[in-house]
Structure formats: structure tokens, C-alpha cells
Design a protein around this ligand. Structure first.
Ligand SMILES: NC(=O)c1ccc[n+]([C@@H]2O[C@H](COP(=O)([O-])OP(=O)(O)OC[C@H]3O[C@@H](n4cnc5c(N)ncnc54)[C@H](O)[C@@H]3O)[C@@H](O)[C@H]2O)c1
Length: 256
């Protein structure tokens, strides 16, 4: 995909994690300048910043930094996320609030803080500025022991569609789409497998990973780069007619 993001300024949150770091790399390989943020400033990126996505003031600081250096933002990737696998009976209100804060509320904060910079980019960028919100298969279909996580990710899906329609109505030239990964080999999926072992749902990690692979009809989990490639596409001018869509990148998990 070399060069499709030449001249693009992009922000990726949660960029210290598996999918986030792969997205930063794929975007830079495609020619973008990337602001990479995470709770602690991550490795990689044209610029790396510490940024808690639940903190409105920190969003504004990141926006100010980008305005001072670039004056605009072409692409926003809301990727930071957190999960706690648990039965509904075992899910605490603190678990619920944490997932809602990181996975859902941060989407609102991110759109609000970056909108002036994205609008600026939309004035000149062919195909418009682009927001890619990372949801999950759990935002499309129900998954046992993921009720709170699924609720937070379903919020991302419809927020994205509403934002796409609203920005179109306002003439902002900003596209908004959601991406729905299936199981992807990252720290998060390892944590999920470990939780299933701890819950007695799988005898050991090898069995939990095999169960996870079987959820995809193609019989394997995904690699972070396979999600990153979809994000690069949606961010690029090649996706100029795509807004308000939900892209499953899930090995067929949600196709049936
Ligand atoms: N791995 C999967 O199987 C999978 C499947 C579907 C969706 N997703 C989603 O993909 C995204 C990336 O997940 P991943 O698999 O790379 O997991 P990961 O745990 O490797 O990365 C998540 C990153 O988000 C960061 N983060 C958490 N809370 C934050 C906060 N308050 N502020 C800023 N950063 C914060 C973490 O520090 C971490 O670096 C998440 O939104 C996740 O829900 C992952």
C-alpha cells in the first residue's frame, strides 16, 4: 500500500498496543506522518505523546500540539480500548463504567477535540478527512461474558454512523466509519484467553487460543497488521465514497 497516505497527518490512540502499533507502522509505511498516543508515550510515530483518552483536557492538549505543528488533522483513529471478560453476575459497576469511559465516552471526546482540525483538513483533502473508530465483532453480535464490553462497542458503531450523517449534513467533508475486528493476536486477546482459563471455560492457554481461532470461520485469529491494512484503506482517498459503514475484519465471524 506504499504511498497512499503521502501528505497525510494522522492521530492514532492506544498506539502502544498490538493493533495501534501495527496501525502506526502501516500508516507510516504508506507515507503518513503519525501522532501516536497512549497512556504512556508509545514507541514509534512521527510524534509520540502520553494521552489518556478518558481525559478531556488531555485531548485538548493533543489538539493544541497538532495545531501548532501541522494546523490540521487528516485522519483520526480512535483505537484505545479496554476489556473485562466476566459474566453479568460478576461484572461490577466499576467494570461497566471503565469500559464505557475508555471505549465509548472517549469517542465523543475525541471527535469534539479534533473536529476543528479535521474540518480544516476536509477543506482541501481529496476524499475528505477520515475518522476510523475501532469497535469489535462484539459491537455487531452478542458474545457471552462480554455484555458490558459489547454494549460499549455497540455504542461506537452507532455513534460512527450518526457522526457520518451529521458531518455530511453540515458539509464538513469528514468521513466516519467503524472497524470491527474479530480475534486478533494482541495483549488483549491473551488477557481474554487467560480469563477463560481462570473461569474454567478452557483447561489451559493452548485450548483457549484454539477456541478463539475456531470463532473465525477461516479457522485462525487475525494479525494486527490485517486490521491496520483496513484502517489504512478507510483513511485513504481510495475510500472516498465510504462513510457511515461498518467494516468487519473478522475472518467471517459475523457473516453467518
Ligand atoms: N485484540 C482483539 O482481539 C480485538 C478484537 C476486537 C476489537 N479490538 C479492539 O481493538 C483496539 C485495540 O486493541 P488491541 O487488541 O490492540 O489491545 P491492546 O491491549 O494491545 O492495546 C490497547 C491499547 O489501548 C491503551 N489504552 C487503554 N486505556 C487507555 C486510555 N484510557 N487512554 C489511552 N490509551 C488507553 C492501552 O494502554 C493499550 O496500549 C481496542 O479498541 C479493542 O477493543 C481488539
Amino acid at each position: 500500500m506504499g504511498g497512499v497516505l503521502e501528505g497525510t497527518v494522522a492521530l492514532v490512540t492506544g498506539a502502544g498496543g498490538g493493533i495501534g502499533s501495527a496501525t502506526v507502522k502501516a500508516m507510516m509505511d504508506a507515507g503518513a506522518e503519525v501522532i501516536a498516543t497512549d497512556l504512556q508515550a508509545p514507541a514509534g510515530g512521527t510524534l509520540s505523546l502520553a494521552h489518556d483518552v478518558t481525559d478531556q483536557a488531555q485531548w485538548q492538549q493533543v489538539a493544541d500540539t497538532i495545531r501548532d505543528r501541522w494546523g490540521r488533522l487528516d485522519v483520526l483513529v480512535n483505537n484505545a480500548g479496554t476489556v473485562k471478560i466476566a459474566s453479568i453476575e460478576q461484572t461490577t459497576i466499576e467494570d461497566w463504567r471503565r469500559m464505557m469511559a475508555v471505549n465509548a465516552e472517549a469517542i465523543l471526546l475525541g471527535h469534539q477535540a479534533m473536529l476543528p482540525l479535521l474540518r480544516e483538513a476536509g477543506k482541501n483533502r481529496e476524499g475528505g478527512a477520515s475518522i476510523v473508530n475501532i469497535s469489535s465483532v462484539s459491537g455487531l453480535v452478542g458474545n457471552a461474558f462480554a455484555a458490558a464490553y459489547g454494549a460499549s462497542k455497540a455504542a461506537v458503531r452507532l455513534f460512527s454512523k450518526a457522526a457520518a450523517l451529521e458531518f455530511a449534513a453540515l458539509g464538513y467533508n469528514i468521513r466516519v466509519n467503524s472497524v470491527h475486528p474479530g480475534g486478533v493476536e494482541t495483549d488483549m486477546s491473551e488477557l481474554i484467553c487467560q480469563t477463560f482459563v481462570d473461569m474454567g471455560m478452557a483447561p489451559d492457554m493452548a485450548a483457549a487460543r484454539a477456541d478463539s481461532a475456531r470463532l473465525q470461520p477461516i479457522g485462525r485469529t487475525g494479525k494486527p497488521s490485517e486490521i491496520a491494512n483496513a484502517v489504512v484503506f478507510l483513511s485513504s482517498t481510495a475510500a472516498s465514497f465510504i462513510t457511515g459503514s461498518e467494516m468487519a475484519v473478522d475472518g467471517g465471524w459475523t457473516a453467518g
